[in-house]
Ligand binder design. Structure first.
Ligand code: FES
Length: 116
């Protein structure tokens, strides 16, 4: 049984915003609300500190891996020095096809958002 957590006022999650709520990074990607588990699959950065790119993907704050928020899959591997390691990005993308980020459900009541 999952437990519902309050995220905050609906107005606090404008497009492009990401917040942390318990184990979830909750965000607004092009007016689509989403919740994914907040630890990056690479080195466990907090994805609640991430950003939303123009394609609506969640970008990790540490090394720039990108996640598709609808599926929890990594669609771009870690950048910077990690991008020079042959096969690393491919390995993470493959891993998250099998073990994507967990996804939560975002609901709204009385101008407040909740995740479970
Ligand atoms: S910790 Fe997220 S890309 Fe490295």
């Amino acid at each position: 049984m999952s437990k519902e957590l309050e995220v905050g006022p609906t107005a606090s999650l404008s497009p492009g915003t990401v917040l942390g709520a318990g184990r979830y990074a909750v965000g607004n990607a092009n007016d689509e609300l989403f919740a994914v588990t907040r630890r990056c699959r690479h080195l466990y950065a907090d994805l609640a500190d991430g950003t939303i790119d123009v394609d609506g993907c969640l970008t990790c704050p540490w090394h720039g891996a990108k996640y598709e928020v609808q599926t929890g899959r990594m669609v771009r591997g870690p950048q910077g020095i990690f991008a020079k390691i042959p096969g690393l990005g491919f390995a993470f993308k493959t891993l998250t096809r099998v073990l994507p980020l967990g996804r939560g459900r975002v609901t709204e009541r009385d101008d407040t958002l909740y995740v479970e």
